[in-house]
Design a protein around this ligand. Sequence first.
Ligand code: PMP
Length: 425
Amino acid sequence: MKPLSVPSAAHAGRKPGGNGLGRTASVAPASGADIFAKARQFTRLSEVQAMGLYPYFVPIESSTSTEVVVGGRRIVMVGSNNYLGLNHDPRVMQAAQDAIAKYGTACTGSRFLNGNTDLHERIEARLATLTGKEAALVFSTGFQTNLGVIATLVTKNDVVLIDKLDHASIVDGCRLSAGETIRFRHNDMDDLEAKLRRVRGRAALIVVDGVFSMEGDIVDLPSVVELSAKYDARVAVDDAHSVGVLGPTGAGTAEHFGLTDEVDLIIGTFSKSFASIGGFVAGEGVVIDYLKHHARSEIFSASMPPSACAAVLACIDILEQEPERRLQLWENAERMRKGFRSLGFETGGSVTPIIPVVIGDDLATFEFWKRLFDGGVFTNPVVAPAVPERESRIRTSYSATHTSDQLDFVLDVFARVGKSMGIIS
Ligand code: PMP
């Protein structure tokens, strides 16, 4: 996108100087080296806003599991990660309310000192069983889980090998770690092997997403596991988009491939299938105990609120009791993938309920997003650097609770917008 150099409204017309209330934000330090310079040079926001195409931080006024109200208008939501559609399930909502009545709204401290409840521990026991691991540890978000696990386990002289399309929280976990980070090409097992060969003999951890969040493809876990055995590396799979989605019981990617025992750590989040917030890691008891007493993002951050814990427990019950939800999710996803492809859209390597529609150019993607939004469909535009240059896309994802009418409506709006913009014929 060409910079239009439109100054951000917050800075336009503001005169330097004091206002009687202390130093104003617009006075640059005398040295000329201003830590805020990058913020003033960030004009992309105002450019896109000026074009009326700004697609982020959309304020939702109310919601159901498949629709949101924005500006008083009902819009079909296909930009969420509500795979099982449980965020408005009456049982989940009731469980959260009951927990507030019993424990209050927050724990006001970290689990380590004063913010641990029996609910946190029940989740850990349930997740250890679900994932087929000895033990599990709950964190306050999935992001913090990756930070804590990687930074704690990968220390000086160790190596962490990550897929180039791994989630930002994995990348940031590597940045926090004192070990060496090596990236391999997306799902490219030859590249992974070449890199493992180079670090042979050093303690190594391979971290992959189970389902890649912007592509909707699945990691080649059988090959990752085979290489990890050959080169004595440990394997961690981030199952944020796979728990509740993949595997005969919804236990995730390892279960999907029948490789539960071969994967050392299963990492997940509660912000998607489990309709809540929080994260977890499951694995060998001794490793979980070590993380519990060393992971800084666990020890120095407040614990998940009890209402969020209770929601997770209710979702695990439903996942176990109602496998038909997962089947419906897959039926909805297949219907949409087929629908997009038959309309002529490019959906990349998607084979899961995450279905990107590749548009190409940034601005065209924002324009496409806006027309979908105006047409009543809520999606996520994803541009570089989150995806490669010229591969900007509209990311869509589906719920078990989307109705056939809603899905047909989404396809109709995509067809209309795609034709009007010349993306499909
Ligand atoms: N890992 C992956 C693959 C994710 O997609 C996300 C969230 N989008 C996270 C981790 C972080 O999870 P949370 O939202 O619980 O912080």
